[in-house]
Each structure stands twice: as structure tokens, then as C-alpha cells.
Design a protein around this ligand. Structure first.
Ligand SMILES: [Zn+2]
Length: 344
């Protein structure tokens, strides 16, 4: 088992992190002050409202935790600060490249437009890139439970916003009641624009069909994808051959009840089969975690999962990142060198 000190020194890539679920306590308090909202809560009470309890019953109960911070994320200034904060937290985990996702439709209660919400987040990412040794890009999420007429506005964002920090599209939210097949037309609108796609799928029990449908609709990465374990050998081989990246997040995967026991958690099995697994926080605050803690968990559960294995999943993450080939090559080289140094 690797010790915490070595894990802290490993450079990391994080592909799956939600903005609204990852705000630090200090940031939440600042945002409330800016929004003129008196939370009238102690630090402990704030965290209790923002974090999902250990015994969350399912994905929907987990998602309900986001309601607490959303009123604080309705202005350009606060969205900019929030994006900066999450990158700052990731930099503490020695993350060198991160993609942060958010649903712009959740931030329009005080007259921001969809475009302005995206621009605010990008501004925060860019400012953090200047202050920390990290690159940060944004993914726009559609929420599965949103009406389709609202969702249909999202593809246009990729015509309007040309900033290089906007790199891809995701669909998040209620997978239990809104299967992937409902979104084929919307996804067609996205992929015809050449936009990279990752989709939340296979996060709830027996919803493995959503994983296959997501791949079919053009996703090169799957958010969580736990139910890939229920797919046939041939279907899993197809995912290996297509180099589909699975963005796994151990703490979150237990909280949403995608799995219940370490023995049933498929991370190592997927890895051994050659599936391109990666490690992520999903939501730093809602899951009360850091990427460091997620790596420590994996190291504890699978004591044989060593430095070279952690390096390998980071190369998988780089390969799956929504960036150009030259930037990937640079990251591959940087990571190879750093992991080599750690092994000496
Ligand atoms: Zn997620």
C-alpha cells in the first residue's frame, strides 16, 4: 500500500468534478456574503447541509444536496469565484489538469444568460490557471430531468462561445427516471458540432443499457459507468477497443448506492480487463472528499495497486482529456518523468 506522502506527490488528472458540488467551506461563506444571504449557520451546520450523509439512500437523495449552494451561484462574480475555488482545491491535490463541469441552466435565477454563466466560470478557471500550476477546462452539463426545450438551447452555446476553455458536453442528473435513449436527438446536435462528449451512465443499479447507449450516442467517456460490470464480455471488449474512459469516483459511487461493498466495486476488475478507468472526486464537498482521499481509498482497498498502476490510469485520463494532441503529449511526458522520479 502506498503511503499518503507518495500519493500527495503524484501528479494527477481529474476529469470528473462538478462545480456546485465542490465548493470549499470558505468559498461557500464568501459567496453567501456576496449574495447578501445570511446563512445563520455554524461551519459544522453548513457542511452538514452541503454534504451527503454516509447512508444516502440513492442517487436522487445524493443529488438533493446541491440545492443548498445553488442560490449562492446566481451572479457572474460568484460563479467566477466558485470556479477559481475549485481549481485552487484541485491544485492542492497536485492535479495538473482538470475538467470542471456545471449546468449553466442552474445559474439563471438572477438574470444571467446561459452564455454569461459559462463565461463567468471560464473567467474563474483562467484566473486560477494564472495563480496555480494547473490547467483547467470547462464542460457544460445538461440535466436529464430538464424539459427538452430547455436542453435544446445548450448546443448553441458551442456556436457562440469560442473560448478554448469550453471543451465538452455532459449529461448529468436523474438517471433513474430519464434513460439515455431519450437524448439521442440532443446528442446528435452536440456531436455534429464536433464537441467532445462524456455522459453520466451506469451509476444506478441495473442501468447498464445507458452505458451502451451513451457510447452509441458518441460519448468517448462515461461518468462512473459502474454498471459496465453487468455488460457481456463482448460489450466490455468493445469498450476496451474503443478506449472508452470510465470516470470513477469511489466515495460518490458508494453514496449513490451504485455499489454497496468493496468486493462488488468493479474498479480493479475493470482495470485488469484493460478498461480505461480513472479516479475522480465527482463532488469534493457533497462527498466530503479530495482526490488525495480517493487515491488513498484505492490504495487501501487494493494494496497491490502500485505507483505504476496509478501512473497508468493517469495516462488513460490524459488520453481521454478533451484537449489537443500536443497538449496530451506534453502531459504524458511530464507525468512519465514525475512518476519515474517517485519510483527511484
Ligand atoms: Zn458526476
Amino acid at each position: 500500500m502506498l503511503n499518503s506522502k507518495i500519493i500527495a506527490q503524484m501528479p494527477k488528472v481529474e476529469l470528473h468534478c462538478h462545480l456546485d458540488g465542490s465548493l470549499s467551506l470558505a468559498c461557500i461563506k464568501d459567496l453567501a456574503k456576496n449574495a447578501g444571504i445570511n446563512l445563520e449557520l455554524t461551519d459544522e451546520e453548513i457542511l452538514k447541509k452541503a454534504q451527503a450523509p454516509e447512508n444516502t439512500r440513492n442517487l436522487l437523495e445524493y443529488l438533493a444536496r446541491f440545492d443548498f449552494v445553488l442560490p449562492l451561484l446566481q451572479t457572474y462574480k460568484n460563479l467566477e469565484l466558485a470556479a477559481y475555488d475549485v481549481v485552487q482545491e484541485a491544485a492542492k491535490d497536485n492535479v495538473k489538469y482538470i475538467e470542471i463541469r456545471f449546468a449553466p441552466s442552474q445559474h439563471l435565477q438572477e438574470n444571467l444568460t446561459l452564455e454569461e454563466a459559462v463565461e463567468a466560470v471560464i473567467a474563474g478557471l483562467a484566473r486560477a490557471e494564472n495563480d496555480f500550476d494547473i490547467r483547467a477546462n470547462a464542460l457544460v452539463c445538461g440535466l436529464k430531468q430538464e424539459p427538452i426545450e430547455k436542453l435544446s438551447k445548450l448546443p448553441l452555446l458551442f456556436d457562440k462561445i469560442t473560448d478554448e476553455h469550453l471543451v465538452g458536453f455532459d449529461m448529468a442528473g436523474d438517471e433513474l427516471n430519464y434513460p439515455q435513449e431519450k437524448f439521442a436527438t440532443l446528442l446528435g446536435e452536440i456531436t455534429m458540432r464536433g464537441v467532445h462528449v462524456t455522459l453520466h451512465a451506469g451509476e444506478c443499479p441495473n442501468c447498464e443499457q445507458n452505458v451502451l447507449d451513451a457510447v452509441e450516442m458518441g460519448a468517448t467517456r462515461i461518468g462512473h459507468g459502474i454498471m459496465t460490470k453487468n455488460l457481456s464480455q463482448n460489450q466490455q471488449t468493445m469498450m476496451v477497443e474503443r478506449r472508452i474512459v470510465l470516470e470513477m469516483a469511489p466515495t460518490s459511487n458508494f453514496q449513490t448506492k451504485a455499489v454497496e461493498t468493496v468486493a462488488a466495486y468493479p474498479f480493479k476488475d475493470f482495470y485488469d480487463k484493460g478498461l480505461h478507468v480513472t479516479l475522480n472526486t465527482d463532488n469534493r464537498t457533497v462527498s466530503a472528499t479530495t482526490l488525495q482521499k480517493e487515491y488513498e481509498k484505492i490504495s487501501k482497498w487494493y494494496p497491490d495497486f502500485g505507483l505504476a498502476d496509478f501512473e497508468k490510469i493517469n495516462h488513460y485520463a490524459i488520453d481521454g482529456a478533451f484537449i489537443g494532441q500536443a497538449e496530451k503529449e506534453n502531459l504524458h511526458k511530464q507525468f512519465s518523468k514525475a512518476y519515474q522520479a517517485l519510483s527511484e
